[in-house]
Ligand binder design. Sequence first.
Ligand SMILES: Cc1cc2nc3c(=O)[nH]c(=O)nc-3n(C[C@H](O)[C@H](O)[C@H](O)COP(=O)(O)OP(=O)(O)OC[C@H]3O[C@@H](n4cnc5c(N)ncnc54)[C@H](O)[C@@H]3O)c2cc1C
Length: 294
Amino acid sequence: MYLPDFDYYSPATVHDACLTLARLEGGGRVLAGGTDLLPQMKNGTLAPTALVSLKEIRELGDIAYVPGRGVVIGARATQNGLVRSAALQERYPAVCETAHGMANNQVRNRGTIGGNLVSAVPSADLPPILIALGASVTVAAPGQTRSIPLESFFVRPRCSVIAPDQVVTEVVIPDQATTGSAYIKFGLRRSGALAVVGVAVSVVARGMHVDEVRIVLGAVSPTPVRACEAEGLLKGNTVTEGLLEEVGRAAGQGCRPITDIRGSDEYRRDMVAVFTRRAIRKALGLADGTGRSR
Ligand SMILES: Cc1cc2nc3c(=O)[nH]c(=O)nc-3n(C[C@H](O)[C@H](O)[C@H](O)COP(=O)(O)OP(=O)(O)OC[C@H]3O[C@@H](n4cnc5c(N)ncnc54)[C@H](O)[C@@H]3O)c2cc1C
C-alpha cells in the first residue's frame, strides 16, 4: 500500500500553520508523528490534499511546570517525551506510566500527545488519565486561541470539537490537591495492545477517606466518559471492600460498551468493574487487588 500524492507544508509558527490550513479549506491535515494519520492514508480511509507538519514548530515539543498554570505539555511532545519528563514524573507520574504502557518504543518515539487526543479514538490511553487530572487543551485558530476542558473535547469516535483549520498547541494539567492517580488498561496482549477497557482515577484522600474523586472510563463508550454515579458513591466516604464492589458495579453499569472482536459488551462491563476497583486501590497507594502493591 502506497501513500497517495499530497502537498507538504512545514510552517515555522503556529500562526502560519493555522493560515495554511485555512487556505486549504478543509482539504489539509495536521501531521504530527504520523502513527495514526499515515496508516489511514495508506489504507485509503483518508485522502487529504495536503499535510501541514508541526515538526519545525520547536516550542510545541516542550514539557514544563509553569507556576500558576500547572504542567504545560506541548502538543508535539511524544509519548516517550511524557515518559521521561521530570515535571510529570515529579507531579503526575501516572501520566508517565500511562505513556510507557502505550504501543512500542518505535511508536512512542513518534506518536504525540496532540495526535492521541485529536484522533479521538475511543480506546486511546491518554484521554482518561488527562481528564481524571482535569486537563484542558489550548487550541489555536487563525487570529485566536481558546482553552477547552478535555472533558468536553470529544464528540464521537474520530471526531473532536476542533475545526480543520485549528491546531492543538498544548495540554495543561492544572495545579491541584490530588493525592494520587492511576490509569490501568486491559488489553489482549502484554504490550502494544489497544485498550479493551481503560480506567483512570484521581483522588484527594486522607488515608482511606476519599474527599474528592474522578473516575474516567476509556474504550467502553463512543468517547471517554466520567463514571459519575460511581464517583458519587465514593466521594466523602471511607473505602471498604464492600464499597469498592459497589463502586465498580456502578461504573460497569454506567458505560455503553460495544461488542467487537476484542470483547462483548457484557465482558467489558465486568472488566470495568474489576479495573475500576484496581485503579482506585492503586490511586490510594494500596495493593491493587492482583497481589501486587505499589
Ligand atoms: C503499532 C501502533 C500501536 C499503537 N498503540 C497505541 C496504544 O497503545 N495506545 C494509544 O492510545 N494509541 C496507540 N496507537 C495510536 C497512535 O500511535 C497514538 O494515538 C499517537 O499518539 C498518535 O499521535 P501522532 O502524533 O502519531 O498523530 P498523527 O498520526 O500525526 O495525527 C493523528 C490525527 O491527529 C491530528 N493532529 C495531530 N496533532 C495535531 C495537533 N496538534 N492539532 C490538530 N490536529 C492534530 C492529525 O491531523 C490526525 O488527524 C498505536 C499506533 C500504532 C501504529
